[in-house]
Design a protein around this ligand. Structure first.
Ligand code: NAP
Length: 380
């Protein structure tokens, strides 16, 4: 038969054992898209499968055998993609979503952060450009915080003189610069996709329970609860404003980009952010209410305040800074598919509740947990 067949998409996803990658993969499978994942320490793909199953539940998706048949996992060593990623895996790939990242802030982890976030991302781009003949675009998930400090307006452009403070932010910024440079040589269309602080699903509150971003501030409050104090002080500016974006918004904008055809550019940078900012104190209020604690904002007064500060310290500079993120380019490309994401107390509460419930279950399994003065909040 001679005719034009619609090409089925085959999306290569890295980071599918993590929060964003598992959510994206679950949603792509649910819509019937073939997904190939690259995963480390995952010979049979069981870690990817388990993470994607949880994400599907978190999104209220039912994946049947036909959906699972669309998923495959290749085990790779990201430190040696050239040697461990067989070119045949890339042959039918139509789009890459490079989500995996070393997330540690610690400057002691600068080398692994550069290895993964810069070198592995650049190698994957290079391999895709060489071997994925059908590849239309390489999507690289970066972070809105590559903007650094000292600027208020964050536009969808490369930042040339950002003031950066940790290994994660620094390596994510270098990766953006390297990939744009790579594009000039290899020409595979490139989209840098920058979410702000990602929180749980707007309806179910689902997240993986990893203490990152807003959740690491909630973790500080949880620490106070574990120390059985009723009142804590958080050394943060309660009136500064956070940009929070729900995981389902991130995924729906990522999926919409895979469909969008208008106004596309060989290289693109998009901020994927919430359309309303939210005060730090309002964002954390659900945590202290659910844990039955009193929280004040200001420098530590007691020992426990100083101890919990060590948990929130690395995020203080981010929480204390208000940025204005622009997303005109993303809006232009997505057109009617751009759905604004308002932020409400209820959305944040569901997210914090889910996170705390998850953490309290983990804590309950720790040795000596019986003595902890904790009970889980009701699920959202
Ligand atoms: N969460 C947020 O608020 C947020 C905000 C803005 C941007 N982002 C970006 O979104 C992406 C995913 O973040 P996430 O929240 O989903 O993180 P996550 O849940 O911690 O997942 C990280 C993923 O990257 C993989 N990974 C971590 N370190 C690695 C290393 N050294 N070598 C190879 N793979 C490694 C992990 O695989 P293993 O299971 O094998 O460790 C996992 O699949 C990242 O690019 C991040 O910069 C996240």
């Amino acid at each position: 038969m001679v005719g034009v067949q619609l090409q089925m998409k085959t999306i290569l996803v890295t980071g599918a054992t993590g929060f964003l990658g598992s959510a994206l993969t679950a949603n792509l499978l649910a819509e019937g898209t073939r997904v190939k994942t690259l995963s480390r320490n995952d010979p049979g793909g069981d870690r990817v499968r388990a993470a994607v199953e949880k994400a599907a539940r978190g999104f209220g998706l039912l994946l049947n055998d036909a959906h699972w048949a669309l998923l495959s996992t290749a085990q790779v060593d990201f430190r040696d993609l050239e040697g461990t990623l067989a070119p045949r895996v890339l042959e039918d790939v139509t789009h890459v979503w490079n989500v995996a990242a070393e997330m540690s802030y610690s400057l002691k982890k600068i080398l692994p952060a550069v290895d993964q976030n810069v070198v592995a991302s650049s190698s994957l781009y290079d391999l895709a450009a060489r071997h994925a003949r059908q590849c239309q675009r390489f999507y690289h998930v970066s972070t809105a915080y590559t903007a650094g400090f000292g600027i208020e307006d964050v536009r969808e452009t490369l930042h040339f003189t950002p003031r950066l403070v940790n290994a994660y932010q620094l390596s994510k910024w270098i990766a953006e610069v390297c990939l744009i440079q790579h594009h000039q040589e290899k020409a595979l269309p490139l989209t840098i996709f920058r979410p702000s602080a990602v929180i749980g699903h707007r309806d179910t509150g689902w997240s993986t329970g990893v203490s990152f971003g807003l959740f690491s501030l909630a973790e500080g409050i949880l620490y106070g609860k574990r120390k059985a104090v009723e009142r804590i002080r958080l050394d943060l500016r309660g009136d500064s404003r956070l940009n929070l974006v729900c995981i389902d918004t991130v995924v729906s904008r990522a999926r919409a980009l895979l469909e969008a055809a208008e106004h596309r550019q060989p290289t693109e940078i998009f901020n994927c952010v919430g359309d309303e900012d939210f005060r730090v104190d309002e964002s954390l209020e659900p945590a202290w209410i659910q844990l039955g604690m009193r929280v004040e904002f200001g420098p530590p007064q007691h020992e426990v305040d100083a101890e919990l500060h060590r948990i929130i310290e690395k995020n203080k500079v981010f929480a204390d800074t208000t940025w204005r993120f622009h997303s005109d380019q993303l809006k232009k490309v997505l057109g009617a598919a751009y759905v604004p994401q308002p932020m409400t107390q209820d959305i944040v509460r569901r997210s914090i509740t889910h996170f705390l419930a998850h953490r309290l279950r983990e804590i309950a399994q720790e040795p000596g947990a019986g003595e902890a003065p904790l009970s889980a909040p009701a699920s959202p």
